[in-house]
Design a protein around this ligand. Structure first.
Ligand code: M6R
Length: 608
């Protein structure tokens, strides 16, 4: 996720901004930059890579100035490169902008500006913001008005800091759907994406609210609402330590990332729904999928579990055969590529060695490959024929959470769209599915607010010797992911199986030391899962069921029931995994582990 800083005061802005940016490094980034105001000029320096690469670039020059803006970029539009780094500037190079978020209508705005002879330098969505401000400013509107008129034209999300050469006494900031915090200092004021970037200067902060705009001067700050009216808000005093502040106040990155999911799901979904239709700006969907006779999906770990969900989803919506394989298996089993196979690879990092090898093999066999990944500029993103990015922001904890649910969101969008293209679902059903997907982020938010229940349950169950997850169809795929989460961070022996397999072996292991978690969201199969739970209870196992809100069936069958907000059965994985993630997290805490850095595991498995 990009990091933003802005400073106006008495100190050399270069040093203040670099220090603040370092405090935002935890957000993950691939490039960094600053813009400094001084005597009617704005000096921009930026580079691909780490902040130390930017420091290296700056070491032989002295950029004077006590006001400026800074940025760490997590690429979303355009690969990491010097030119795509922020700040981005307008046509006159006198207005500099840093941005966190996604401008959904940037292509339309770009065309509008190009028709007015504006020449673009980068591939970023952000550049349209700089050009629009510049455009309105050159029309004779003052800076504030130019910014306000620009904001009115933006669709999507943004946190912005803006510096203009003609206004060296101020920095402008604005937010919509992305955080910004103002720090009030003595003879200095700051703005940043997050508290850690402010703590060296002040602990008095104002959280900007949706649609607000702020003008920061050295000695005061003006806050305006979306109608342009001045508002007054008292500052809050922050007493977090710097480490807690980096995690947004959460105890661990994993917990923060679990809670990030509502926003990450919304960020991944929103740009792909236009006028009630699923659209992919990234590629020509019909051209890629139109002739598909079979889908082959390959991935590792959690991403493979997303592929398992996708198998059910593609078969359900589009009635197309799907083959799913673990990448390390696929690459060595001499697979049979067929003409008109649609090949999909999934990877959070885009750097997993086996997944890359599987993709290369598929390409060599003549398949075109669509990659679903979270990292712009990753090897997978560069080598695949087509890419669909999950817009989860950087995932720092080793155990994958928000990357998984956003992978699911991309896969559901593809499956529903393909169902429509192949006339397997009609218009009414198509629109109803889109509406249900739109509701998922707020349902996730609601579900996350029940975390205390799960925490209490974990505090009673964390010492179980074995935890088995079972379910049928979509619930089987989520059982696999739930068991992986639990074993990864709590080191509890956990397994998953298709509930119908219980009698074919796993039941031999069930005893009084076992917790059985049944995921039960496939309404047509409820009777069968009830029997499976009874079979395990009869052997002394404790049981937990994860099912729909309002469903009473399991109350008399299981020791405990967690409920999730109701959506259609086939979309349940987007929600049912959340209690399982929280359960794994709290078991890990109860056992005294560090869930962010589990033993023996790496975030990115770049070797076999
Ligand atoms: O970066 P990738 O999605 O390709 O990573 C694949 C697996 O290594 C990853 O999902 C791993 O299983 C996680 N630790 C799961 O939490």
């Amino acid at each position: 996720m990009c990091g933003i800083t802005g400073y106006i005061g008495r100190e050399e802005a270069v040093f203040v901004l670099l220090d603040s940016l370092k405090k935002l490094e935890y957000r993950g980034y691939d490039s960094a930059g600053i813009a400094i105001l001084h005597e009617g000029t704005v000096t921009v320096r930026k580079t691909k890579g780490q902040i130390r690469a930017l420091e290296e670039k700056l070491k032989n020059e002295r950029i004077r100035g006590t006001a400026g803006i800074g940025h760490t970029r997590w690429a979303t539009h355009g690969e990491p490169s010097d030119v795509n780094s922020h700040p981005q500037t307008g046509a006159s190079d006198r207005i500099a902008v840093v941005h966190n978020g996604i401008i959904e209508n940037y292509l339309r705005l770009k065309e509008w500006l190009q028709a007015r002879e504006v020449v673009f330098k980068s591939e970023t969505d952000t550049e349209v913001i700089a050009h629009l401000i510049d455009y309105y400013y050159r029309q004779g509107q003052g800076l504030l008005k130019a910014v306000q008129n620009t904001l009115k034209r933006l669709e999507g999300s943004y946190a912005l800091a803006i510096a203009a050469a003609d206004y060296p006494d101020r920095i402008i900031a604005a937010r919509k759907d992305n955080p910004l915090v103002i720090g009030l200092g003595k003879d200095e004021n700051l703005v940043a994406s997050d508290i850690p970037a402010l703590l060296a200067h002040t602990r008095e902060v104002i959280y900007m609210e949706e649609g607000e705009l702020a003008v920061l001067y050295r000695d005061h700050v003006e806050l305006l609402n979306s109608q342009g009216d001045h508002i007054v808000r008292s500052p809050l005093h922050v007493d977090w330590d710097a480490e807690a502040a980096e995690k947004g106040g959460y105890a661990h990155f994993m917990l923060k990332e679990i809670h990030d999911q509502a926003k990450a799901l919304s960020d991944t979904l929103r740009p792909r729904i236009k006028a009630g239709d699923i659209t992919f700006d990234e590629f020509d969907f019909e051209e890629f999928c139109g002739n598909a006779r079979r889908i082959v999906i390959t991935a590792c770990g959690t991403a493979w579990h997303a592929a398992m969900v996708a198998k059910y989803a593609f078969e359900y919506f589009a009635r197309i055969p799907v083959e799913v394989d673990i990448a390390s298996e696929y690459r060595y089993r001499n697979p049979v590529a067929q003409e008109n196979d649609l090949f999909i690879v999934i990877s959070q990092s885009g750097e997993t060695a086996d997944t890359l090898a599987a993709m290369r093999l598929a390409k060599k066999g003549g398949n075109r490959v669509l990659a679903i990944t979270n990292v712009v500029g990753s090897t997978l993103a560069r080598e695949a024929d087509l890419v669909l990015f999950t817009l989860a922001g950087p995932e720092i904890a080793v155990a994958s959470t928000k990357a998984f649910t956003t992978q699911l969101m991309c896969l559901y969008l593809l499956a529903v769209k393909l169902g429509k293209l192949r006339s397997r679902i009609d218009d009414t059903e198509y629109r109803a599915c889109i509406e249900d997907l739109r509701r998922i982020p707020s349902q996730a938010e609601k579900l996350l607010s029940t975390q205390d229940l799960i925490q209490r349950f974990a505090s009673r169950q964390f010492n179980k010797h074995k935890v088995f997850f079972m379910g049928r169809q979509f619930d089987y795929a989520i059982s696999l992911e739930s068991a992986l989460k639990l074993k990864e961070i709590s080191y509890t022996h956990s397994e998953a199986f298709a509930a119908g397999e219980l009698k074919h072996g796993p039941i031999a292991l069930v005893d009084t030391h076992t917790l059985v978690v049944a995921i039960a969201t496939q309404t047509a199969l409820f009777d069968k899962i009830v029997s499976n739970i009874r079979e395990t209870s009869a052997r002394g196992a404790s049981s937990l069921v994860i099912s729909w809100e309002g469903e009473r069936l399991f109350e008399s069958v299981a020791d405990e029931v967690f409920t999730i907000p109701k959506t259609r059965d086939c979309f349940s994985p987007l929600l049912s995994i959340i209690p399982a993630q929280l359960f794994a997290y709290y078991c890990s805490i109860q056992r005294g582990n560090n869930p962010d850095k589990p033993r023996n595991l790496a975030k990115s498995v770049t070797v076999e």
